[in-house]
Design a protein around this ligand. Sequence first.
Ligand code: GAP
Length: 435
Amino acid sequence: MDKIVSLCKRRGFIFQSSAIYGKLNACYDYGPLGVEMKRNIKEIWWRSMVQERSNIVGLDAAILMHPKVWEASGHVTGFTDPLVDCRQCKMRFREDEIEEKFLEKRQCPRCGTVGSLTEARQFNLMFKTNMGPVEEKSSTVYLRPETAQGIYVNYKNVIDSSRLKIPFGIAQIGKAFRNEITPGNFIFRTREFEQAEMQFFVRPGDDEKFFEEWKEVRMNWYSRIGINKEKLRFHEHASDELAHYAKAAFDIEYKYPIGWKELEGIHNRTDFDLSRHQEHSGKDLTYFDDAARERFLPYIIETSSGMDRILLTCLVDGYEEEKLEKETRTVLRLDPKVAPVKAAVFPLVKRDGMPEYAKKLEKDLRKSFMVFYDESGAVGRRYRRQDEAGTPFCITVDSQTLEDDTVTIRERDSMKQIRIPSNGVRDELRKKMWE
Ligand code: GAP
């Protein structure tokens, strides 16, 4: 993980937030390469979850919502972690993360003092803020800890405006905030992160069938972004692990350098959320099924992923220090669709009209992809810089280009080169990217 963190800073993927002021813990900023990569992941998610499906539509709800939303959803009372302090070293822990052997003796896992752990207090993970100029209890609002609730409170608006029929889904990508007690492992667990969630509304009784379907669909999606299947598995939540809203839950887990951890959650939320909002708002949230002449509260199957965590997974999965004959190259084997820059364009040398030719090609390719122009240093070193940034293709303009308008395309993973007409580069890249 340290190598990934260092690569991310060095190459402009991810920076620690507010570093010049000594950093803000568990908050990160995306640099020029990181922001492109995250945009690509969001785009692929949206394309497969919304664009390619006629029964799923998108939404972009506000981060700040009426405080009653969080009372109804159960987050005000239920979205808590058990927090214990060490009286000796003042360190704070989540009680459910402390090993049994320490808990038995109320021993601090950090400083080892026996009997130093306090009793657990329930700590609410929601960030509070105030709306308007007066700081009083009635003006308290929360930064949303999940995007899902924005979908539930809009579900009637969406049905009325789009005439969708059950089963259908509403998808959303947006920021979420949690005052995590134990953030860490770089962007794995942060206090501000981005979720991509889809809530699928189904007839009660059909929920288990759709739950199984969505588990499968979401697991397969990770192949679409090039994640190694061998490093993915399901983890079923035992009854004591289930969130307050879920009847059943499976995590898709990835084998990170820190062990098997949750990448995405798929939850059967039943009619828990809609019935709570119906009760607390006093508004009828039932769905009327025209064909069956029946009225009911739909059940909801949720797929919930973290964009930052997916990005971290792509970095971890793609990172390799490959031993070559004379050197070791660091290469990020990112799926070309995910890679921040699709191609780098090089003039072999900085003379004889090669830079002008290469710049023209770069300008032309920019209309279709993120590309990068580089003319500094030996071409071998330029390849290495792009390997480390995950750029899948490097296009070189050489003396032959000036004679016959052909260029070489070098592939990052195989390091093989092909020569093709320069006016065919765009189509060739497109083909390679989507094949
Ligand atoms: N709406 C359901 C929900 O929020 P969750 O399992 O708490 O479920 C879903 O979160 C996903 O959001 C996780 O699988 C993870 O990818 C991401 N996530 C949750 N907390 C996170 C955090 N503190 N930092 C980064 N990503 C997080």
